[in-house]
Design a protein around this ligand. Structure first.
Ligand code: ADP
Length: 685
C-alpha cells in the first residue's frame, strides 16, 4: 500500500515536473525565437544603414581610436580608388605608401584627425582633395570623434560633401563684388547704398573719405544720425531716402553738405530704389555729384549772358537812338527837299535836288536796315497779326515803285493764282518789306525786259495756308556760287555792284531773317543766260469771317476812305516835319489842322471833331503819351473813340507795343512814309 502511495506520489511528481519542464521549454523557445527575430532585425537594420551610407553622395568613413580604417562607403572608395584594395585596418600613412595618388590624397589626414580628437567635438573645414582624373575638388569635411564612458578614444567618423560648385560660385561672387567695389571706388561721385531703414550697406571710397571721413567698414551698418558730418541734416536725408523708397522711383535733390574736411559743397543727390529677388524695394542707392563748380559756371554763364543781353540791348538802344538822331534831321532834309521840289527850279537845281533826295533816301534805308537787322538778331522783332489783302499789298508795292519802273522802261507783270485767298492774316508790314526788297532789287538789276511777281497757293489746311511768292526778272542774273551767299549780311556780287547799283548788301539778309521769323523760307535761282528769280514761301492764317464778306467790307471801307477827304489833327512840334506832313496830306485832299503840343491838341478837340489824330510823342508842354491818356479817359466817360496814330522816331517793337498799350491805335515811324500812313488810315477808318 505504502509502495503504491509512494509510486503514485512519484508519478504525480513526475507529471508536475513534465508540466513545469514543458512550460520552461516553451518559454525558452519563445526567448530563442525573440532573440532570433531581434538578430534578424538588427541585420536588416544594419543592412539598411549600410545601403543608405553607400547610397550617399558624400564621403563616409569610420576609423578606430588609432586612426585605422574600419569601413568606408562606396562613394569614398570610388573617390579614392580604394575598391578592391584591402584598406581595412590600415592607417592613412600606410595607405599613402601604396601610390603617389594616395600619398597626395591622404597626406595631412592624420594631422587633421588628431586636431579633431584634441578638440573633442565635431570639427569642420573645407579641404581640397585630388581626384584620380587629375582635377581637384573641395570637400566640406566633418570629423566626429567618439569616446567611451571613461573618456577613452573610441572611434572617428569622417564625413565629406563635395562643395566645389558652391565654393566656385562664392569665389565668383567675391570677385564680382571686389570688381564692383573697385569700380565704385574709381568713380569720383560719392556713392552709397542703404537698406529700407536707411542703414548703410556700403559706399565708395569718395563717399567714405570725402564726405563721412571714416573707413567703409565703419560706415556699414550705421545710420546718418551716427556718422554724417552734418547730423542736423540726418532727418532730411532719411526723408529723401523715404521719398525714393516709397515712390519706387528716383528722387533728386540739391543739398549743401559739410564735407569731412569742414568745407561746404553743393551736391546734387540722386536716390534710386533697388529691389530684391521678389521685386520688393530693398533699399536705396544714392549718387551725390559735386555741382559746386557747375553751379559757379552756370552763374558765370548767366551773368555773362545777362551782360551780353544787356550789351545787345544797349546796342539796340544805341541804334534806336542813333536812328532817332539821324532820322529827325533827315526827316527835315527829305521833307524840305520834297517841298523844294514843288517850287520853281532851274534844271541844274533840279539835278542837285534829285541828288539830295537820293542820298537822303539811301541813308534812311541804310539806317532802317541796320536797325532791322539788329532788332532781329537781338530777338526783339515782334510780328503782328493783322488781316490784309495780298493783292492790294502787291498793287501798292508796284505803285510805290512806279517811278523807277517808268524810268527804266521795263515791263511789270503780276500773276496771282485764283485759288490764292486775298484776305490773309499775318504780318503785312514784314511781307511788304520782303516783297519791296525783292522788287526793288529786280528793278535795280534789270536794264531790259521786265519783272514778274507771282503768287501761288502751296498748301491749305483748315485755317492755315502756305503761299509761294516769286519775283523774277530778266536782269543781270547771278553766278551759282552767289545764290546762297547773298543772304548773308553785307554780301554783294562783287565790289563793282556797290559802285554801279548802290546798296549795302543788307536787304536779302533781312529778308531771310524775316521770312524765317514768320515760319517761312526764301531762296534764289538764276539762269545761265541771266535773269533771277527770288522765291519766298510764307505761312498765313485765314481770317475767321467768310472771305468774301470781309473782302467786301474791306473794299467798301477802302472806297469810303478814298472818296472822302478826312479831317485830321496833326500834333507835331518839329516845324519841318509838321510842314511836310501837312503839305503832303493836304495835297491828297485832306483837311489838316496843325498844333504844336498835346495841350493844344486837347484844346482843339474840345472845339471840333476830327476823323483821326496824328500825334508826335516827344513834344514840349504836353507830350503825346499824356495827351492820349487824357483823350482816352474822356472817352471812357463820354463814349466814342477817335483813332490816334503815333508819329515817332523810335522804330523799336517794344516802343510800338508800349504805344498800343497807351491807347494809340497805330504807329508810323518818322520820317513819315506816306504809303504806310495811308495804310494805317485805311485800316483805322
Ligand atoms: P543790296 O541790293 O542792297 O546790295 P541785297 O542784300 O538786297 O543788298 O542784295 C545782295 C546782293 O545780291 C546784291 O548786291 C546783288 O549782287 C545780288 N542781287 C540781289 N537781287 C538781285 C537780282 N534781282 N539780280 C541780280 N543780283 C541780285
Amino acid at each position: 500500500m505504502t509502495e503504491r502511495i509512494i509510486l503514485l506520489c512519484l508519478l504525480c511528481f513526475l507529471a508536475v515536473l513534465v508540466i513545469v519542464f514543458r512550460r520552461l521549454n516553451r518559454r525558452l523557445q519563445a526567448e530563442v525565437d525573440e532573440r532570433k527575430k531581434t538578430e534578424q532585425e538588427l541585420v536588416a537594420s544594419e543592412e539598411r544603414l549600410r545601403t543608405l551610407i553607400n547610397a550617399m553622395p558624400d564621403i563616409v568613413c569610420f576609423k578606430d581610436a588609432e586612426g585605422r580604417w574600419l569601413e568606408a562607403n562606396d562613394f569614398d572608395l570610388k573617390l579614392f580608388q580604394l575598391e578592391g584594395v584591402d584598406y581595412r585596418g590600415k592607417k592613412d600613412s600606410e595607405l599613402a605608401a601604396f601610390s603617389s595618388f594616395y600619398r597626395e590624397a591622404f597626406s595631412g589626414c592624420e594631422v587633421t584627425d588628431e586636431l579633431a580628437w584634441n578638440k573633442g567635438t565635431l570639427s569642420r573645414a573645407d579641404e581640397v582633395i585630388p581626384c584620380p582624373d587629375g582635377s581637384y575638388k573641395t570637400f566640406d569635411i566633418i570629423k566626429v570623434p567618439t569616446f567611451d564612458t571613461q573618456g577613452n578614444r573610441k572611434g572617428l567618423i569622417v564625413m565629406g560633401r563635395d562643395v566645389t560648385e558652391r565654393v566656385r560660385v562664392e569665389k565668383k561672387r567675391e570677385e564680382d563684388q571686389r570688381f564692383l567695389q573697385t569700380m565704385l571706388d574709381s568713380i569720383s561721385d560719392m556713392i552709397f547704398y542703404k537698406d529700407t531703414d536707411s542703414t548703410y550697406l556700403g559706399c565708395n571710397q569718395a563717399y567714405a573719405s570725402r564726405y563721412i571721413g571714416l573707413g567703409k567698414e565703419q560706415i556699414i551698418g550705421r545710420k546718418d544720425i551716427d556718422i554724417a558730418p552734418d547730423r542736423n541734416q540726418a532727418a532730411l536725408y532719411r526723408a529723401s531716402d523715404l521719398c525714393a523708397i516709397e515712390a519706387g522711383t528716383s528722387y533728386t535733390l540739391e543739398i549743401e553738405l559739410t564735407l569731412a574736411n569742414g568745407e561746404k559743397g553743393l551736391v546734387e543727390v540722386q536716390k534710386t530704389p533697388f529691389r530684391n529677388a521678389d521685386g520688393q524695394v530693398a533699399g536705396v542707392i544714392g549718387v551725390a555729384r559735386d555741382i559746386t563748380e557747375r553751379k559757379r559756371a552756370e552763374q558765370e554763364l548767366r551773368a555773362s549772358r545777362e551782360a551780353a543781353v544787356a550789351a545787345s540791348r544797349a546796342k539796340s538802344e544805341f541804334l534806336a537812338n542813333m536812328s532817332h538822331e539821324i532820322r529827325t534831321p533827315m526827316n527835315g532834309v527829305i521833307g524840305m527837299a520834297h517841298l523844294l521840289g514843288t517850287t520853281e527850279l532851274s534844271p541844274e537845281q533840279e539835278q542837285y535836288l534829285e541828288n539830295i533826295e537820293n542820298s537822303a533816301n539811301s541813308l534812311i534805308t541804310l539806317i532802317g536796315d541796320i536797325l532791322d537787322l539788329s532788332r532781329i538778331e537781338a530777338g526783339r522783332m515782334l510780328l503782328e497779326n493783322v488781316d490784309f489783302s495780298l493783292r492790294r499789298c502787291i498793287q501798292e508795292l508796284l505803285g510805290s515803285q512806279q517811278f523807277q519802273i517808268n524810268q527804266k522802261k521795263i515791263s511789270i507783270h503780276t500773276e496771282i493764282a485764283e485759288d490764292v485767298p486775298d484776305l490773309l492774316r499775318g504780318d503785312q508790314l514784314r511781307t511788304r518789306q520782303i516783297l519791296l526788297n525783292l522788287l526793288g532789287n529786280a528793278i535795280k538789276f534789270t536794264e531790259h525786259g521786265g519783272v514778274t511777281i507771282t503768287a501761288q497757293l502751296v498748301t491749305s489746311e483748315e485755317n492755315r495756308v502756305l503761299i509761294h511768292l516769286a519775283v523774277s526778272d530778266t536782269g543781270i542774273g547771278m553766278p551759282p556760287d552767289l545764290l546762297e551767299r547773298i543772304f548773308a549780311p553785307f554780301e554783294q556780287a562783287d565790289n563793282s555792284t556797290t559802285r554801279r547799283y548802290g546798296g549795302s548788301g543788307l536787304g536779302l539778309a533781312i529778308c531771310r531773317r524775316l521770312a524765317e521769323l514768320m515760319g517761312g523760307r526764301i531762296w534764289a535761282e538764276s539762269g545761265a543766260e541771266g535773269g533771277s528769280t527770288f522765291h519766298v514761301e510764307l505761312p498765313f492764317l485765314l481770317p475767321e469771317q467768310t472771305d468774301r464778306q470781309q473782302e467786301r467790307n474791306c473794299e467798301q471801307a477802302d472806297d469810303v476812305y478814298q472818296d472822302r477827304p478826312l479831317e485830321l489833327l496833326l500834333a507835331e512840334d518839329n516845324l519841318v516835319s509838321a510842314q511836310f506832313v501837312h503839305k503832303v496830306l493836304s495835297r491828297m485832299g485832306h483837311q489838316v489842322t496843325v498844333v504844336g503840343d498835346g495841350r493844344q491838341a486837347l484844346d482843339c478837340l474840345a472845339d471840333r471833331s476830327f476823323d483821326c489824330i496824328l500825334m508826335d510823342i516827344q513834344m514840349p508842354v504836353m507830350g503825346g503819351d499824356a495827351a492820349v491818356r487824357i483823350i482816352r479817359e474822356q472817352e471812357n466817360q463820354r463814349g466814342g473813340h477817335i483813332p490816334i496814330i503815333a508819329l515817332t522816331a523810335h522804330a523799336m517793337d517794344e516802343e510800338r507795343e508800349r504805344l498800343l498799350r497807351q491807347g494809340f491805335d497805330a504807329h508810323v515811324a518818322k520820317p513819315v512814309d506816306i504809303a504806310l500812313l495811308n495804310a494805317a488810315l485805311r485800316r483805322l477808318l
